[in-house]
Design a protein around this ligand. Structure first.
Ligand code: F6R
Length: 236
C-alpha cells in the first residue's frame, strides 16, 4: 500500500487527478471505476480542465460507477447517475453510452447486480478503481457487516450513512434507505485502487481501515489485501 498524506483538499485532488490522467494516457481505452460523493469532486474538476486543455482524451474510456440509490431515476438530481453527468461526463469528451451506473430502478436488483458484474468481467475488469470512504468504513455502499459481500447487491444503508448523505437532500427523510452497490469482488479485482479521503472526521476510520485488522465491520480494511492500493489522505 502507498499511503500519501497531503496538506489540503486541493493537493489531494491534484494527486488523484494525476493518477487517473496517467491511467487514461497509458491506456486510452481503459475501464475506470468511479465514485460519487464530495471526495472525488476536486479531482473530477481537474480532469475536466485537463480534457479541455487537450491533455487527456476520454473518447475511448469506459466507466463503471460503484453505486446508485434504489428508486431514483437518472433524471433525479439526487441520483448518482445525475451526479456523474453533472460533475464529470457532461463536461468531457466521453461517449455517454460507455458510462455505466447500476440501475436503482431494476425490478429485480439481484439480476441487475449479476448483470453488472458480468458486464465488468466482459470489459476485462476495471483498470483503475477510484473510491471514497464513509465514516463507518464503507466503500461503495458496502456497509459494515459480519461478512464481506462479493457480488453487486442491494444494501440497506446504515443510519450513519443516511445522516452523512442527508446534506445533499432537503432533509434526512428524503434519503433513500436502500441502494445497489458494486461488491468487493469487482472492486478487489481492479488492477489498481485509488482511495481518497479528506476531513478530520475521516481520520479515525482511515487509521482503522488501513492500519488495523482486516474486519468486515470496517469494510475498507479489505483493501489491505489489494496488491496495488494508493490511499491519499488530507486532514483538511
Ligand atoms: C460514492 C460512494 C461512497 C462515498 C463515501 C464517502 O459513490 O460509493 O462510498 O465514497 O460515502 O462520501 P464523501 O466523499 O461524500 O465523504
Amino acid at each position: 500500500m502507498k499511503f500519501i498524506t497531503v496538506k489540503s483538499y486541493e493537493e489531494l485532488s491534484n494527486k488523484a487527478a494525476d493518477i487517473i490522467a496517467a491511467q487514461v494516457i497509458v491506456k486510452p481505452n481503459c475501464v475506470l471505476g468511479l465514485a460519487t460523493g464530495s471526495s472525488p469532486v476536486g479531482a473530477y474538476k481537474r480532469l475536466i480542465e485537463d480534457n479541455k486543455n487537450g491533455k487527456i482524451d476520454f473518447s475511448a474510456v469506459t466507466t463503471v460507477n460503484l453505486d446508485e440509490y434504489v428508486g431514483l431515476d437518472g433524471s433525479n438530481d439526487q441520483s448518482y447517475r445525475y451526479f456523474m453527468n453533472d460533475n464529470l461526463f457532461n463536461h468531457i469528451n466521453i461517449d455517454k453510452a460507455k458510462t455505466f451506473v447500476p440501475s436503482g430502478l431494476a425490478a429485480d436488483l439481484k439480476a441487475e447486480g449479476e448483470a453488472y458484474d458480468e458486464m465488468i468481467k466482459d470489459f476485462g475488469g476495471i483498470d483503475l478503481q477510484l473510491l471514497g470512504i464513509g465514516v463507518d468504513g464503507h466503500i461503495g455502499f458496502n456497509e459494515p457487516d459480519k461478512y464481506f459481500t462479493a457480488a453487486t447487491h442491494e444494501v440497506k444503508l446504515d443510519e450513519s450513512t443516511i445522516k452523512a448523505n442527508a446534506r445533499f437532500f432537503n432533509n434526512e427523510d428524503e434519503v433513500p434507505k436502500t441502494a445497489i452497490t458494486m461488491g468487493m469482488m469487482s472492486i478487489m479485482q481492479a488492477k489498481k485502487v485509488l482511495l481518497v479521503a479528506n476531513g478530520a472526521n475521516k481520520k479515525e476510520i482511515v487509521e482503522k481501515a488501513f492500519f488495523g485488522p482486516i474486519d468486515p465491520m470496517v469494510p475498507a480494511s479489505i483493501l489491505q489485501l489489494h496488491p496495488d492500493l494508493t490511499v491519499i489522505f488530507s486532514e483538511n
